[in-house]
Structures are given as structure tokens and as C-alpha cells.
Write a protein that binds this ligand. Structure first.
Ligand code: SF4
Length: 391
């Protein structure tokens, strides 16, 4: 099966990326014709002002992929911006994509919601106001999705309950000024589902691995393909979504693992960095002393054990924790050892590619050439179907 999938280069990959994307790619590359690309143009959709780290991020992503076992002999690995046909097709598909389809794109509102949520959370932290993040998320959600536009009145009322009148007013005034989230009010962001459709259709992909939240993107791609085939010629297959379970792994502070929360364990972390992070992880909050009985079901450390520790040891930890026979520090040391064991081969390969940058670049150049050949052949067919000028 022909599979196309990409990742935005936003920095070094962490364990959440590994479990949520890479692990699945490693399986897919065994029995499918896979094309994996670094979506550097997509990185510009909401981060375009400062691109100073973009090249390094691309480079780090190349290292991470190969170090994890993405095999250029099995899958074509390439850089999106090296294949200009993606942009030509995006332009042509943009001509036939109704604006209303893009206005319905849930990502736009969801991203704005997250920006609002993060702004309010950081504002309250800055004022030393302690909040339950889940409660705050619910408040923002209510005001955000209550009507077509954000209901600032409702937001102010709700925020008053968890802070005070002055703070609530200040937050709402700042948000109403329209500065937060303004950076995604661009043509590029609005139209990125079309670029995404082009990324997939240019290779006539039959399937795309996605998380549940990305299903609308595949749907819009299928609709665009259908519309093109109906207007011109049957050129594109309608790609299906291969639903990938999202990684449930949380960051070391118990929140979603994310670079912006500074709570991620990176594939590139050294043994020392990793040990430090694991020792700082939150555990069952009601377990204060070693003699307190713990509950592994609500402990973040234990959820890591379930993924990185042998099953029989996991069972032992479960029992020992519930009977207060193991201390959290010892439990974390076991986890750190297992995580280091898991990451060791990746670190070794990382070190190799860091030193042999030229080899890495050659591998991606070869992938670019392969992708380019296929994209330009398909583009020829697309131009023909649309009766465009061909030199
Ligand atoms: S012993 Fe381990 S599983 Fe139990 S609370 Fe401590 S860290 Fe969590």
C-alpha cells in the first residue's frame, strides 16, 4: 500500500513522538511503500516570524528518524520544500477548494483555543493564582465554543470564580484586543489543509496514518481529490485514514508532553539528563512517606513502567507500591535504568549521525530525488488533465 506521512520540524523528538508516530512508521515501512517527509513548509504556518532554528530542527529530525530505525532502504525519506511540485499542486487544488471547506477546518479554532488557554494559564501563574488546569480548560472551552464567536462576557464571569474581578477583567480585555492568536490569522494558516492535500495527492497515496484529531484533514483531502477527478480526469485515488492510537504518555509533570511545557523526555537526552528528569517526576500525590501505601493507577511513573519495564517487574512494583514495600526513589531509579536501556541504541546512532552530517544529507538527497521523480511524473499528468500549458 502506498503510504504518505509527514512531521513538522519543531525541534528534537521526545518519547511522545516516538510512541505516537515513529513506532507506527517502523511497522508500516516493513510491508508498505512508505514516503516520510519533513514538513518544513508546514512549520511556517504558525511560526513564520523567527525561522532561525528551522534548519537545525530539520537536521535534528533527520537524525532522530534514522536513529530510531526509519530505514531509507525501505521508505523514501525526504524534505517537503525540496519538492516544489507540492506547492504547484497546492496552488492548483486551491483553485478548486471552496472557502467554506477551509472555514470548517477544526484545527484553526482548536489552535486558537489552545493559545487562549495557555495565555490565561500563564497569566494566572504570573499572578501567583493557583488553578486546576482541567477546571480552567473547561472554563475556556465553555466560553470558546458556546457561540460562533468567543463569549467574553461568559469568560469573565467564570474567571472571576477562580481568580478575582480585577484579574478576570484584565485577562478578558487583553484577549478582546485580538493580539492573542493573531499570528495564525494568515492566508498560509487558513489554506494549509490544501497544502496538506497536495502533499498526499502528489504521490497518489492510498493511505495516511493519522491521529483521531487529524481525521478532518484526510476528509478534506478526499473531498478535494473527488472534486478534481469529477472536474477533469480520474487522477487521484481517495486516500484512506489509518487511525493511529495517540500516545498516552504524559510529561514528567503529569501534563501533556510538550516542548512548550518543558516537561518532555527527548530521544537526545543524555543519561544524566534523563536520570534527573525521572527523579523529578510526580508520583501518587497522597504518598508522602515511604511507609504510606501508594496507588500506581494514579502515578505517572507507573504509567511509564507499563511501557518501558518488563511485565513481571511491573507486577512486582504494583504490589510493592500498594503495600508500601518500595520507595518512590527506588521505583524511579528502576524506570530511569529501563529508559536509558531503551534510549542507548538511539543515542549511539544519534552520535554517529551528528558526526557524519554529510552521510545524513546524502541519504535525504537520495530520498528527495526519488520523491522528485515521482512528483514530477504525476504533476505532468495533473497539468495534462487540467489542460495547462506543458513545455
Ligand atoms: S512506588 Fe512507584 S508506582 Fe508507587 S507511587 Fe512511587 S513512583 Fe509511583
Amino acid at each position: 500500500m502506498k503510504i504518505v506521512s509527514g512531521m513538522r520540524p519543531t525541534g528534537k523528538l521526545h518519547l511522545g513522538h516516538y510512541l505516537g508516530v515513529i513506532k507506527n512508521w517502523l511497522i508500516l515501512q516493513e510491508n508498505n511503500e512508505c514516503m516520510f517527509f519533513i514538513a518544513d513548509w508546514h512549520a511556517l504556518t504558525n511560526k513564520y516570524k523567527d525561522t532561525s532554528d528551522l534548519k537545525e530542527n530539520i537536521f535534528q529530525m533527520m537524525i532522530d528518524w534514522l536513529s530510531c530505525g526509519i530505514d531509507p532502504q525501505k521508505a523514501t525519506v525526504f524534505i517537503q520544500s525540496a519538492i516544489k511540485e507540492h506547492s504547484e499542486l497546492a496552488l492548483l487544488l486551491g483553485m478548486i477548494t471552496p472557502k467554506s471547506w477551509l472555514e470548517l477546518n477544526p484545527s484553526y479554532k482548536d489552535l486558537k483555543f489552545n493559545l487562549f488557554f495557555q495565555y490565561i494559564r500563564d497569566f494566572l501563574y504570573g499572578k501567583n493564582i493557583k488553578i486546576q488546569e482541567e477546571q480552567l480548560r473547561e472554563i475556556v472551552y465553555k466560553a470558546f465554543y458556546h457561540k460562533k464567536d468567543v463569549d467574553f462576557g461568559l469568560m469573565e464571569e467564570e474567571l472571576k470564580k477562580i481568580s478575582n474581578e480585577k484579574v478576570a477583567k484584565e485577562i478578558v480585555n487583553n484577549l478582546a484586543e485580538g493580539e492573542i492568536g493573531k499570528e495564525i490569522d494568515t492566508f498560509g494558516f487558513f489554506g494549509y489543509p490544501v497544502l496538506m492535500a497536495a502533499d498526499i495527492l502528489i504521490y497518489k497515496a492510498e493511505a495516511v496514518p493519522v491521529g483521531e484529531d487529524q481525521l478532518p484533514h484526510i476528509e478534506i483531502t478526499r473531498e478535494i481529490a473527488r472534486r478534481f477527478n469529477r472536474f477533469y480526469k480520474e487522477v487521484f485515488p481517495e486516500p484512506k485514514a489509518l487511525l493511529t492510537p495517540q500516545s498516552k504518555l504524559l510529561g514528567i509533570d503529569g501534563r501533556k508532553m510538550s516542548k512548550s511545557y518543558n516537561n518532555a523526555i527527548y530521544l537526545a537526552d543524555t543519561e544524566e539528563e534523563l536520570n534527573k528528569k525521572v527523579l523529578s517526576m510526580k508520583t501518587d500525590p497522597s504518598r508522602i512517606r515511604k511507609t504510606d501505601k501508594g496507588n500506581p493507577d494514579i502515578c505517572n511513573v507507573f504509567s511509564y513502567h507499563k511501557l518501558f519495564t518488563d511485565e513481571d517487574i511491573v507486577k512486582e512494583i504494583d504490589t510493592s507500591c500498594r503495600n508500601a514495600q518500595i520507595g518512590c526513589i527506588d521505583c524511579k531509579k528502576i524506570l530511569a535504568k529501563n529508559l536509558n536501556k531503551f534510549l542507548e541504541p538511539i543515542r549511539e546512532k544519534r552520535a554517529f549521525y551528528e558526526k557524519n552530517k554529510e552521510d545524513l544529507i546524502d541519504i535525504f538527497k537520495e530520498g528527495n530525488n526519488k520523491a522528485k521523480k515521482e512528483a514530477s511524473e504525476n504533476m505532468h499528468q495533473i497539468r495534462n488533465a487540467m489542460n495547462l500549458w506543458i513545455d
